[in-house]
Write a protein that binds this ligand. Sequence first.
Ligand SMILES: Nc1ncnc2c1ncn2[C@@H]1O[C@H](COP(=O)(O)OP(=O)(O)OP(=O)(O)O)[C@@H](O)[C@H]1O
Length: 758
Amino acid sequence: MKRFLFSLYRRFMRYSSVYMTSRRPACKDSASRPKETGKKMLWKTIVAMVRSSPLWLFLIVLGAIIDIAFRYLSSLSYRYLIDLALLPRDGKALAIIIGALLVLGSINVLAGLAGDYAKARLGSTFLFDYRLRLFEHMQRQSQRFYERFGVGELLARYTDDIPSIQSAVLSIVTTGFLSVASVVAGLSILFAMEWRLTLIVAAGSALLFVPYRMLKSRSVALGRDYYRHLDRFNETIDENVKAYRVVRAFDLRRSMREKVEENLRAMLSVGVRRQFANSNLTRLPMLAVSILTAVILACGSYLTFEGSLTIGEFIAYNSVFFTVGTSMFGAASVLPYALSARTSLERLRQAMDWEPDVIERDGSELPPVRAEVSLRDVTFAYTPGEPVLHRLNLAVPIGGLTSIVGPSGSGKSTVLQLLMRFADPQSGAVTYDGHDLKEVRYDSLLRQIGVVFQDSVLFHASVRDNIRVGKPDASEADIVEAARAAGIHETIVGFRDGYDTFVRQYGDSLSGGQRQRIALARALLRKPRILFLDEATSALDPDTERSVNETIVALGRDMAIVSVTHRLAYAALSDRIVVLDRGTVVESGTHEQLLERDGPYRLMWEKQQGFQMVHGGGSARVQSDRLRRLPFFRGIGSEALEELSGLFVTEKFDAGATVVEQGDQGDKFYLIARGKVEVWITAATGERRKAATLEDGDHFGEIALMQHIPRTATVVTAAPSWFLSLSYDRFHPLLLRYPAIREELEATLRSRMQRRDS
Ligand SMILES: Nc1ncnc2c1ncn2[C@@H]1O[C@H](COP(=O)(O)OP(=O)(O)OP(=O)(O)O)[C@@H](O)[C@H]1O
């Protein structure tokens, strides 16, 4: 017996060891379901709650016991009321019974009030704890987690899953336990009153669980389905809020509405079936109770006719049985909550089991970095087995401006992420003055760095508070100093409300340049030892980009800046340049050294030369010499090239715009004067894949200069982009005059077709 009790105690302690925060194996697979069943998780959650709030639970149990006692005493009182007071017409006995009932009723109400307060406390504390834990867990996560769980899915966990678990846990520990206790107590009383009838009741109560066994799996499956649709619905709403301008500008309102309607219809259909199945779980047991009531009435009446029961006893028996029946019904009403919570717990655990990519250890403090930051023999992969950095070695001295350049996808941003420890390498080490970042306290690293991203998100707060984010205890003078250094102070003072100007829509109420300068001020306020810039200016218009870059170059005289950029005109101004290609460092040096070396940097440099932005970015021009470097314009005389350059027209597209669509008739050739596009190919199977990313100086669509054939790919802008386009109609007269161009273009067309077919 002792051993049994001890094992029970151990199990209880294990279950209740602060359930949500216990360490569990990593959940790497996005679609993976937790190993434990929802039922087991639900019990663990209940036990954890019982352990964490014994006082409130005691009040609830006390209230429940008093309530049960009151119910049965009220029922039993009929026997005494009829047999001792009403039939003998005894007024004194009547007064005593009514008085006792009144006192007990008042005690019951007081205990009920205390229980209600405890329930409210317990329920609200549960929501508080679980939501906070999920939030803390989210804060430890990196990109992979946010790619797996979108905003909609995460919000659903806060607003649907956690409340659903809370309702289930509360109703189980209150209604559920109360009902079961009431049934047990009631059956004992009934047994003492008339054991033969009670045996019938006990046997018949098995009928209550038949609907549960029949409908359980269906209810759980429908619950999962419902949440899946809910997640998708939330994602669509999130998308609509974030991309409302694109939705409007590209006239996507109708298709978005259709998407939402389709989603809502699916939810409607699943919702009806799910709710009906859950209602059946509580409704069908009523049938069992009704059958039992009929049987008890019949058998009880027979026993009364026979003289085994007095009328008072029979009425009291029925009254107690009625309470037992109500309690059975109460126990059944908990079942839909429990089933729904099982699905929610699985979903919550999917998120909570996700092990952070960066484990923050309580290591030593990172001393102020003075000499260099480096990547030593670093290999890093986003997808296992597909490394994007291969045994990379890179050292950046502290001081001056260092630019990391390279073709799109070469790993520039990944290097920056590792230097800031947004992720850890699979092998090798990232070190600051020789200290491995994995071994030092994470916050001591973060205190030494500042960062400006390409799409700096500002918060829904005043300009002052947005800058203060960089250092919450900063004085007004510090904020102004940072704003001055970022070249935004005068602009802010010019706003009607100055530093109190409210920033709305994540900063959309400001111009791109103002947003980036405020983000720069925010980073500078921290007085970082290293300032990281990830394409911080490349989405700005040419004039703004130039002016923000002048600010950055000036800052580079006093502090260490590491900047990832694909725009070499600004990289050329830095003290050193590191060139990456396919995850390795292929060159490094100053701009002049790299040009002399005649390697990949020089090729990239030449590709970006020969474009001129005029009228403040309103239009662009391409020089005839630059056209000569295009393979299909080789060998063409200067005069013709000059004429050709005058035929190009400037076209500007915002990010996310479709420049050409696969299958459309091609009628223009495009040169990217500045910007970035993604090339997507849709296969006959409908599968869509990204074929390339093109940037400043790249070109596409040259086949359209020869003939109107359908486009072989879709090109979408990934940043605001300026194109120089040449239409077939403008080009055609030139083609007739220069047959050499036709031959080159035909060769290009042939090789393109061969590549596509292979
Ligand atoms: N979250 C991610 N999951 C999977 N692959 C990724 C992820 N982020 C980047 N990659 C891949 O890693 C490689 C390097 O990406 P990275 O963004 O570091 O290159 P980059 O040189 O900065 O490119 P760009 O100039 O286009 O931003 C690319 O092939 C990219 O597709």
